[in-house]
Design a protein around this ligand. Structure first.
Ligand code: AMP
Length: 418
């Protein structure tokens, strides 16, 4: 089956489907994202992903239904034992059972194969209010291959399919997408976490309060070009930071010393600036940068004009003047979307630009703006600065959110809606 990946289309999905389904005495097959980090003793070190799935599970159990939970954990097929066998001890979801029992205060059974006789038997015996956790779906290559036969075996375990794993919604895997074709429209829905992610992304893309400012940073122009182009459709301001700013500097005939650039993207950057001008979207580039001769936390730093970085020096953060300008624009905005840090925020010497931007986003939110932080490193930055609660929404979606904002139709979402 082919899944559409057309760019630059916006589809306003009807969310809150879960409210229309009655789970009483039904067995809900729920795809969750329990890909949590574990320490060497297999203790959970951060249970955020489990906690985020709890409202959906509780909703189903409270209605008198039961839950059959399926998830992946890590990459067991890639990280095999030396003899080539799967490291079941490391990647088993059994490590999560005790924690789930404590959180849900109900019976949580475990099937040590996600398909097969034992899973079928345990699913059939499941009583209302109880939970069955299936073993790691990625123990089977068929999961990531999106195998239809494997998906059908999973589908047979439940009456209703619920997808609450937004972080994997951009993958056409068996348990995230293909399985949905075995349920009709009245027997499949998004979970609450997925609903929230979609609703918030839609909120910023569809009739957002103006002015809209999109802040894009990070390492590579190539990773973010689709996102930048998409932002031209609805942004008033696009703020560019991170290493990608230096490819734009080259496009404007600046010199950037040893800064990280993508020489093969200079013409794309030039094109983008032209398109932005035609669309009347203001693109803000950093007029100054914090530079160093070494990519190191203890390197000596100096402030340079971003288009005149001397040979041997590299820009590793936006400079103080750029940070001030960016913060002012952000504070004057009503809608803010942020993806990617302004510099090498992992090193304190180059974290100031990201910090100032994060604080401005929090300040704008306090004054009533809607702010969304999405995609990998900017989420890490907001968490590191303890500002996650001071923005309107922090997406857990990573790559999925990036693709959704780019305007792609995610296979996991399409599968529920078709
Ligand atoms: P991304 O995953 O594309 O959002 O990129 C995030 C990474 O970009 C982070 O690890 C940052 O350290 C890195 N980064 C941001 N600004 C720069 C820069 N000026 N030079 C090199 N790396 C940078």
């Amino acid at each position: 089956m082919e899944y559409p990946t057309a760019h630059f289309i916006f589809i306003a999905y009807n969310t809150n489907f879960h409210m229309n389904i009655n789970f009483k005495v039904k067995k809900a097959l729920v795809r969750v994202d329990f890909n949590v980090p574990l320490d060497k003793q297999y203790k959970i070190t951060d249970d955020t992903r489990i906690r985020e799935a709890l409202p959906t599970i509780r909703h189903i159990l409270d209605q008198g239904g039961s839950c059959i939970l399926m998830s992946h954990l890590g990459r067991p097929l890639e990280k095999r034992n030396a003899d080539g066998s799967i490291n079941r001890e490391k990647f088993t979801l059994k490590h999560l059972v005790a924690h789930l029992r404590r959180k849900l205060k109900t019976k949580v059974h475990f099937a040590d194969d996600c398909i097969g006789k034992q899973a079928v038997k345990k699913a059939a015996a499941l009583l209302p209010g109880e939970v069955l956790l299936l073993e790691n779906t990625r123990f089977y290559p068929e999961e990531e291959q999106g195998d239809v036969v494997f998906a059908e075996k999973l589908a047979k375990l439940g009456d209703i399919y619920v997808n609450d794993a937004f972080g994997t919604a951009h993958r056409a895997h068996a348990s995230t997408t293909v399985v949905a074709q075995f349920f009709d429209k009245n027997h499949k829905c998004f979970g609450m976490l997925m609903d929230r992610e979609i609703a918030n992304a839609n909120k910023v893309m569809k009739n957002p309060a103006k002015p809209v400012t999109c802040v894009v940073g990070g390492a590579k122009v190539s990773d973010k070009m689709l996102l930048l182009e998409r932002f031209l459709d609805f942004a008033d301001n696009i703020i560019v930071g991170g290493a990608m700013a230096y490819t734009f500097m080259l496009a404007k005939k600046g010199t950037v010393g040893n800064s990280l650039v993508e020489a093969d993207r200079v013409s794309t950057a030039k094109e983008f600036l032209k398109k932005a001008k035609a669309a009347n979207v203001k693109v803000l580039l950093p007029n100054d940068s914090i530079c160093a001769e070494r990519f190191a936390a203890d390197a000596d730093t100096q402030v340079c004009l971003s288009n005149q970085i001397p040979d041997g020096c590299m820009g590793l953060d936006i400079g103080p003047s750029a940070a001030r300008t960016y913060a002012r624009t952000i504070r004057q905005s009503q809608t803010i979307i942020w993806n990617g840090p302004m510099g090498v925020f992992e090193m304190p010497a180059f974290a100031e630009g990201t910090k100032i931007v994060a604080k401005a986003v929090a300040a704008a939110t306090r004054k009533g703006a809607f702010s969304m932080v999405g995609g990998g490193d900017s989420v890490a930055a907001v968490n590191q600065l303890k500002l996650a609660k001071k923005v309107s929404f922090v997406s857990t979606g990573g790559g999925a959110m990036l693709e959704y904002l780019e305007g792609k139709e995610l296979p996991g979402i399409h599968a529920i809606n078709s």
